[in-house]
Design a protein around this ligand. Sequence first.
Ligand code: PLP
Length: 450
Amino acid sequence: MTIAEPSPAIDTLLATRLRNAQPALWTSPARQAQPAAALPALGRAISLDDTHAAAARLARFAGLLAQVFPELAATGGVVESPLLPAAALAPALGLAEGQGRLFIKADHNLPVAGSIKARGGMHEVLEFAEGLAQQHGLVLPGGDYRALATPQAREVLGRYQVAVGSTGNLGMSIGVVASALGFQATVHMSADAKEWKKDRLRQRGVLVVEHAGDYERAVAAGRAEAASNPLCHFVDDEQSFSLLLGYSAAALHLQKQLAEQGVAVDAEHPLIVYLPCGVGGAPAGITFGLRQVLGPHVHCFFAEPVQSPCFMVQMMAGPGEHPSVYDWGLTNRTEADGLAVPRASLLAAELMRPLLSGVFTVADDTLFAQLVRVLDALGERIEPSAAAGFSGPALLTGTTAGQAWLRSTGIDAVLHNATHLVWTTGGLLVPEAQYQGFVQRGRAVLAAQG
Ligand SMILES: *Cc1c(COP(=O)(O)O)cnc(C)c1O
């Protein structure tokens, strides 16, 4: 295997840190303040209309979801998370007075799937079901989708299969939703996937296929198997528009939540969003939506484990290149199972080129320390993957690279008015014993730091 040499344009200091698995920050030279309203990605252009269509689809299914999932009865089938003020956490993150307000977007508590994957995964399964409902006349045009819960409709859907490859959380989302609608569901799990996630799926009647290889292998195996079955829909995490647009719908709700909490987003009041990144679909979908609805003064950064910075190496690569983290001499081994991806989605990367502000990496020990800080300051329970964003504010305000970026954007002059929003992406369904293990490791890391 060859070790990638950075192109001369890439900061050699950054390349060294990346290769040595040290936390690093890359900021984008290609971000555009005013990108086109419709952006090309993998041969198709998408726009805010597509985001609205995804949100409308989720709304059409709300009645059915409330019926199928008891945990959604209270919200009438709406799957959303709160925007939580997090000032109590700011000092522990190294965010000083005068450096902006702190919020978290609490997708760690998203019902049904227990992670951000509820957004994209649910949307793609519902889109597939909607197509079949029309094809088989299961629901009248404009009719009530609760008709899909009848035994006759379930019998029709049960002839079809939904398959996916996953490190765990996408499988949980797709598997649970697909089986609840009556589909046959198959989840191809990579070696990173945790036992409790597989158990939970099997209990719901989902077929779990275990693979010894990494995420890419699990996806490839699922794709190959699905290709041989015309009644199988494969959810392709590496290139699915439906997933990405499902994630993007989060932006419409967040826009309302920001307004309700009196958070302005303009030149005087920049919003900086920190999103954990695996293959890139979830953070790219959300970034796409946020840039469309909030404009040039929202800045999105992706956060990855130091051993799995697939999106960073993709953004640093030249046209036509598709590097993996192995090419950089990294292992793709991380406790952040939701982020253990060796090669980024090209769909997400292409879409992000003009939209993204930067990418940073985080050591595993730091993920556990941040998980404990979040528990102690806010009482919120997150999983290690979901902690990746919390290093963002200090990286921007406290490192040379971050400060240079703040100056280059002019944000340094209005930092006191800025809002930092850390997206927490999973945790609700983590079993107690596992969670206590995370907390123990985090407390040990913090104690060692003194
Ligand atoms: C999947 C996942 C992400 C990132 O989503 P991608 O689409 O893979 O980039 C972030 N956090 C958690 C907890 C996840 O499960």
